[in-house]
Ligand binder design. Structure first.
Ligand SMILES: Nc1nc2c(c(=O)[nH]1)N[C@H]1C(S)=C(S)[C@@H](COP(=O)(O)OP(=O)(O)OC[C@H]3O[C@@H](n4cnc5c(N)ncnc54)[C@H](O)[C@@H]3O)O[C@H]1N2
Ligand code: MOO
Length: 419
């Protein structure tokens, strides 16, 4: 049997390095930059006020005190957005709002609350009185104090989140070079499957792997699309693969890869020689397949596209755990994103058993222990791979080493954090 690490390497090798693409900033959310972004302008772009108040020359207020108020004429009113250039004459004040450009000649701003001016939406009075001096530079946001023009705004490899979108927009940047998102098509197989919303007959079940794996692909940063499911018919299956091959960077299938009499995926793809089916020493997720699907030639004889394909086992827990262990890290690396879920060491909240010779990924729920001194993981649900309910409750996978056949409560274990 192949080890988990060996199969991870085989899956990762299906993908090339990240491909750069220019995307509008809002569409770059969640993607990794593939080039440094340097600031095309300074932030702030001009000296401006940090407070609603009065721009002054600090020297004019040097003698101001409760018993020696200084009154200055208000020579201008500067709301944010005023675009003309103003100069403050010594011995005068300008009413100024937060974010408004500081007039040349002013070197401090006094907040309105520290003056005799009326606070609120009123016209500026003719004069303003100060009862305290102000330090030169006070409440002024200097041009370039956040970032200077030409400075590195985002290094290559940054994952774009809300703060990065904010910075790029503030810099006036409309497009950014990021890793091209990969298009993942998910196709389920099984004659027992029925689309949710339709009635079930005895022996039928609702198709859930397609929706689940599509969601997992999207969560991993890919463009996931669920192309629904086909019955256990190799002709139908291959036709659907051909249909989506031209639009996909990866096809994921579920089901039909074990040892039954109707293993549509294995039967259809084994013969092609471009997909290998293997057993991986893990539970759940033992039967795996991966390789390339070579789509049939077009009617004009042109060669069909070749696309990486990963065939996951049909048991729902096996399918999602396999995605987490093999596909998610590979997809993320191929799009420049940090590959792994966080891993932590936790103490087991209960005894566990594990099949020797297989690396087991048990579902678990993380908590902080009563003393607050560490992280505990409580195993939940049986190991069998149809327990979707416990998968939905879990926020961790407990990674039990291959050679271990059991661990006592309190033992340290390696945990993959799923949130
Ligand atoms: N004789 C053997 N039988 C099985 C073996 C084996 O080695 N020898 N392996 C077992 C293991 S382990 C797994 S995992 C499963 C994998 O089976 P398949 O990939 O062939 O999957 P199916 O047989 O098609 O389905 C398994 C199970 O999952 C349900 N299923 C399938 N697709 C979906 C879907 N899209 N949505 C919801 N549920 C789905 C299906 O109804 C079955 O109950 O094989 C074991 N057997
Ligand atoms: O390996 Mo299967 O995935 O145990 O359920």
């Amino acid at each position: 049997m192949r080890t988990v690490a060996e199969h991870q390497a085989v899956v990762a090798a299906l993908f090339g390095p990240p491909v750069p693409v220019r995307l509008p900033v809002p569409e770059a959310l969640g993607r990794a930059t593939l080039a440094d972004v340097d600031a095309p302008l300074s932030l702030p772009g001009f000296d401006n006020s940090a407070m609603d108040g009065f721009a002054v020359l600090a020297a004019d207020l040097a003698s101001a005190g409760p018993d020696s108020p200084v009154t200055l004429p208000v020579a201008a009113d500067i709301p944010a957005g005023r675009t003309d250039t103003l100069t403050l004459a010594p011995g005068t004040a300008h009413r100024i709002m937060t974010g408004a450009p500081l007039p040349a000649g002013a070197d401090a701003v006094v907040p309105v609350e520290l003056t005799d001016a009326v606070i609120g939406p009123v016209a500026a009075a003719e004069t303003v009185t100060f009862t305290a001096p102000v330090e030169s530079g006070k409440h002024i946001r200097r041009a370039g104090s956040d970032i200077g023009r030409g400075a590195r705004a985002l290094p290559a490899g940054t994952v774009i989140g809300a703060p990065q979108v904010g910075l790029l927009a503030a810099l006036g940047i409309v497009e950014v070079t990021v890793a091209r998102p990969l298009r993942v098509e998910v196709l389920s197989t099984g004659s027992e499957l029925v689309e949710p919303g339709n009635p079930l007959q005895h022996g039928q079940i609702y198709e859930s792997n397609g929706a689940m794996l599509t969601a997992a692909a999207i969560e991993a940063g890919a463009l996931g699309r669920h192309v629904h499911f086909v019955p256990d018919d190799t002709g139908d299956f291959l036709a659907r693969l051909d249909e989506v091959a031209g639009e996909a960077d990866l096809i994921i299938t579920s089901g039909g890869v074990s040892a039954g009499a109707f293993e549509v995926v294995k039967d259809a793809l084994s013969a092609t020689g471009s997909v290998e089916f293997v057993k991986v020493a893990m539970q759940p997720g033992m039967p795996q397949g991966c390789g390339h699907h070579v789509a049939s030639a077009g009617s004009d004889g042109t060669a069909g596209p070749t696309v990486p394909i990963i065939t996951l086992p049909g048991n729902p827990v096996s399918a999602l755990v396999s995605f987490e262990v093999f596909i998610r890290p590979a997809l993320r690396t191929a799009t420049g994103l940090p590959p792994h879920r966080p891993r932590v060491t936790a103490r087991l909240g209960a005894d566990i058993r594990s099949p020797q010779g297989k690396r087991q990924f048990l579902r678990g729920v993380l908590r902080t222990d009563e003393g607050g001194s560490g992280v505990v993981v409580d195993p939940i649900g049986p190991p069998a791979s149809h327990h979707l309910r416990f998968l939905a409750e879990a926020d961790a996978l407990i990674d039990v080493p291959t050679e271990t056949d059991g661990l006592a409560a309190g033992s340290p274990v390696d945990v993959l954090v799923l949130r």
